[in-house]
Design a binder for this molecule. Structure first.
Ligand SMILES: [Zn+2]
Length: 253
């Protein structure tokens, strides 16, 4: 997914070209595209043409470099929805402008205030499989009965923690090391149909059955075989349509 902007410079009438790149975000991450576009626009108001690449990289939250007449800014998706002060700091960082240390401090502060929004880890002793509405353990057990294979025997499942983030959401994740499936608690609501939660659980289970493949250039998480199996979910089309229709409501939690 990527979005392109083409417009005329107000002063010179010279076309400039910036771009918002969402293609590096993991497939399971959903974010508010209008808010991502708003961030891109605000940065371009300060910097001119910007290629804004949103990433899921927690080790390198922000980096910037000049590429000819454009600036490439790579930023963690947690910056979508940040306040004007933080946008200014990002711009100063990109320009290596005056007040660089202050800018860095503002960004560090923003990251530490918002760390919760990108983490929904749960400790082993805090597993919470039974939600208020949906019972994840029952779902996991049903899938295991259908696929009685070793790869699924040791898997645990839990509802994740409620992050404060509002701009992006990951419905589920599979932790390969801990053999743990986490499901986002926003799905534990009566208006979220059982089959949709079931589908997210099924998707994460497939990760245990079909581990990522490393090619020469990249790591393929959702292999063709994975996608094929995913599409065999009994109510696949319905689940896809439900997600598309209800994503705004889920993001606006
Ligand atoms: Zn996945």
């Amino acid at each position: 997914m990527s979005q392109q902007n083409l417009w005329k410079d107000k002063n010179g009438g010279r076309p400039r070209r910036g771009q918002l790149v969402l293609g590096e975000l993991p497939a399971g991450l959903h974010l508010s595209v209008p808010e991502a576009q708003a961030l891109h626009k605000a940065l371009e108001a300060r910097l001119g043409a910007v290629v804004l690449v949103l990433t899921d990289n927690r080790r390198r939250m922000v980096s910037a470099r000049r590429m000819g007449t454009r600036i490439e800014l790579r930023a963690h998706h947690m910056f979508v929805g940040c306040e004007a002060e933080v946008i200014d700091a990002l711009a100063r960082l990109a320009l290596r402008a005056e007040g660089l240390n202050e800018a860095r401090a503002t960004i560090r502060d923003y990251i530490s205030r918002n760390r919760d929004t990108i983490r929904f880890e749960v400790d082993e002793d805090q597993l919470q499989a039974r939600g208020r509405v949906h019972d994840l353990q029952a779902m996991l057990d049903r899938w295991r009965a259908r696929f009685p294979v070793e790869e699924l025997a040791d898997i645990v499942i839990t509802w994740g923690r409620y992050g404060r983030g509002r701009r992006s959401i990951r419905f589920g994740s599979f932790d390969f090391d801990r053999r743990m499936i986490r499901i986002h608690p926003v799905l534990d609501q009566a208006w979220v149909p059982d089959y949709f939660v079931e589908f997210v659980v099924y998707h994460e289970l497939l990760h245990a059955l079909f581990p990522p493949r490393q090619t020469a250039t990249r790591r393929v998480v959702h292999t063709p075989r994975f996608r094929e199996m995913e599409a065999r979910f009994p109510r696949y089309a319905e689940a896809m349509a439900w997600e598309q229709h209800n994503l705004p409501r889920l993001l606006d939690r």
